[in-house]
Design a protein around this ligand. Structure first.
Ligand code: SF4
Length: 370
């Protein structure tokens, strides 16, 4: 099995924390979408696996593309791959794009999951992040999607934001819970150099919260969402029963994927490539790539890293079969201190980090690296 990703690198407004590749030149969008069809024709043989299980439109802001164009890309994928097992087609959307016209058009497509970049329901926080929507518009977006029968909605939230007191996070969590969405991704704010927030921090105008406060907020998110019936199944992801994100879960399980679009990454099992074209070059039909071959050690480290961030953890039997028993012995030795402090739990052949300790997963993961 494999998955397919379409990257739409356009945004109407740049959020103050965002370090992703994106551009504001919306006039390029039609030509970029047209060339995504061409790239799909040229790159479909990159995957050895012909059966897809999910399709994902990410960005940037995929909701800037007309739903009919999204459906045309999905239909093109159906010509190139066996899509009979595709049971999840997700589009990321900004809440203020979710108008009545948009949802009416979306209901005519095969998209069956929407991931909304809400981030917060507090208008002060949204303004600080330079988001385009308000908390009220975010709630209205979820309700509009429900009206067309969209029964698989994920929302993104950001925590770990300094300067707004302690209540805004709890209020956002309660508003998210009351919307009864199927899935919530909650990310800790990270401050990257090349962002507006990075600049504010360098000038001393933004002071991040302390590590202790980060941990407290992480636990508040965990406790609030788990008490509301969500399963904390990955560091940043929470799902109602049977509602885990299939596309992202496939990434974490090392499944092949093909990425289409400027800035999109692909993974064939043996190597990883990424399209380095700017949106302008891409619109001109220039597809430039870089890549790297993965060694057995890379594979093992990636397996450790992605698996330990999920509640499934790592499977020592799989490691013995795929990489050799010597690695199992090394990992078992490295695991001892973490098990002693209850930061890691062993269940038969599985080692997993309890969700409440996910925040320290980096230190545990590094200690296991080959
Ligand atoms: S909408 Fe998303 S991709 Fe665009 S600037 Fe904001 S966070 Fe970044």
């Amino acid at each position: 099995m494999a998955t397919l990703y379409f990257h739409i690198p356009f945004c109407k407004r740049i959020c103050s924390y965002c370090d992703f590749y994106k551009v504001g030149a919306l006039d390029l969008l039609p030509r970029v979408v047209e060339n995504m069809h061409r790239e799909l024709d040229e790159r479909s043989t990159y995957l050895s696996e012909r059966r897809l299980t999910s399709i994902y439109f990410g960005g940037g802001t995929p909701s800037l593309v007309a739903p009919a164009e999204i459906e045309r890309l999905i239909n093109h994928a159906r010509e190139k791959f066996d899509c009979t097992d595709v049971d999840e087609i997700t589009i990321e959307a900004n809440p203020d794009d979710i108008t009545e016209e948009y949802v009416a058009a979306l209901s005519q497509t095969s998209v069956n999951r929407v991931s909304l970049g809400i981030q917060s329901f507090d208008d002060r926080v949204l303004q600080f992040m330079n988001r385009r929507h308000t908390g009220e518009e975010a709630e209205a977006a979820v309700k509009r999607l429900r009206m067309i029968g969209m029964d698989n909605i994920s929302i993104d939230l950001i925590f770990g934001i300094a300067g707004f007191g302690s209540n805004h996070l709890d209020e956002s969590l309660q508003r998210a819970i009351s919307l009864d969405v199927e899935h919530i991704s909650a990310y800790h704010l990270t401050i990257e150099d090349r962002t507006r927030l990075g600049l504010l921090m360098r000038k001393g105008e933004y002071v991040p919260i302390s590590d202790e406060e980060s941990e407290r907020e992480f636990l508040r998110v965990h406790n609030a969402l788990c008490s509301a019936g969500y399963d904390h199944y990955e560091v940043s992801n929470f799902a109602k029963p049977e509602q885990r994100a299939r596309h992202n879960s496939a990434y974490w399980q090392g499944v092949e994927y093909l990425g289409i679009g400027a800035g999109a990454h692909s993974f064939s099992g043996d190597n990883r490539t990424w399209c380095t074209s700017s949106a302008k070059e891409y619109a001109e039909g220039k597809f430039l790539y870089e890549g790297e071959e993965l060694t057995s050690t890379d594979h093992l480290n990636e397996y450790i890293m992605t698996s330990l961030r999920t509640s499934r953890g790592i499977d020592l039997e799989y490691i013995a079969e795929r990489f050799g028993t010597k690695h199992v012995a090394i990992i078992e030795h490295a695991a001892e201190p973490w098990i002693a402090t209850k930061s890691l739990v062993r269940n038969d052949n599985r080692l997993a980090i309890p969700a409440t300790h996910f925040l320290v997963s980096d230190a545990i993961i590094e200690s296991f690296f080959a």
